[in-house]
Design a protein around this ligand. Structure first.
Ligand code: NI
Length: 253
């Protein structure tokens, strides 16, 4: 079975067919899904989906793009939500200098606070790193007990080596199937299979040949096929090992 470790089914893009679509996933070979929150509302919505579907788990956190309207209570709310029995991680959290490079200090402060919370609760984290590689590497390095995944990893092979040494997992999404995926392929070549997670980031980032369409977890087969080709493994082997990796990192089963 496939474990999609990153899919936003709480997104409005699924309002028309969310329940039917999720209910259809086990028949399409998708046995586990992790829905990460991006702020208070989506964290609660992810938990509600996890309550409704036995194969859905949630993460709770505040995404760097969703800092607007943040109050002193927001982190306390995340702390409370994180105690839910189906919350398996803090995320998605991190730094995004692509959308906003004018609030770097605030982004770092929020990221550090959530890394502290994850250490305190002994939960893994789901890191969003967009055009902020050096700062993400430096900041996570300040938390020796922090563990988790760099979601949709877009750093260099050098950065990957450093994260692997520290025990992190790397997540791979639709971009590995794009024509210009040279960097992601270089990274995949050096990542041991037992540190790879497969993610869709649904409803975003559909893989080739579905680029531009709404994404869902059943499209992970295209990403798994591509990884299998690069690693010289069968798709079934990639599916099996990433299933086990996700369960191990997020403490499921
Ligand atoms: Ni995401």
């Amino acid at each position: 079975m496939i474990f999609d470790t990153h899919a936003h089914y709480d997104s409005g893009a699924f309002n028309a067919d969310r329940s039917e679509l999720l209910a259809s996933m086990p028949d399409k070979g998708v046995g586990l899904i992790l829905d990460p929150g991006c702020e208070e509302r989506s964290s609660r919505a992810a938990l509600a989906l996890a309550e409704e579907f036995p194969f859905v788990y949630a993460a709770v956190g505040i995404h760097p793009e969703d800092m607007e309207g943040l109050s002193a209570d927001s982190l306390e709310t995340i702390r409370t939500l994180a105690r839910h029995e189906k919350c398996v991680a803090i995320g998605e959290i991190g730094l995004d200098y692509y959308w906003d490079d004018t609030h770097k200090a605030e982004q770092k402060e929020l990221f550090a606070a959530q890394l502290t919370l994850a250490e305190e609760l002994d939960l893994p984290v789901i890191v969003h790193d967009r055009e902020a590689h050096a700062d993400c590497l430096e900041l996570t390095g300040r938390f020796p007990n922090a563990r988790g995944v760099f979601h949709c990893f877009s750093g260099s092979a050098e950065m990957a080596k450093e994260l692997l040494k520290r025990g992190w997992y790397l997540g791979f999404d639709g971009p590995v199937t794009y024509k210009n995926a040279r960097k992601a392929i270089e990274v995949l070549e050096i990542v041991p299979p037992e540190r790879i997670l497969v993610e869709t980031d649904s409803p975003y980032m559909s893989p080739v040949p579905l680029r531009g369409k709404r994404n869902d977890s059943s499209n992970l087969v295209y990403i798994i096929d591509k990884i299998a080709e690069i690693k010289g493994m069968t798709a079934a082997e990639v599916e099996q090992i990433t299933w086990e990796n996700g369960k191990r990192l997020f403490g499921i089963g």
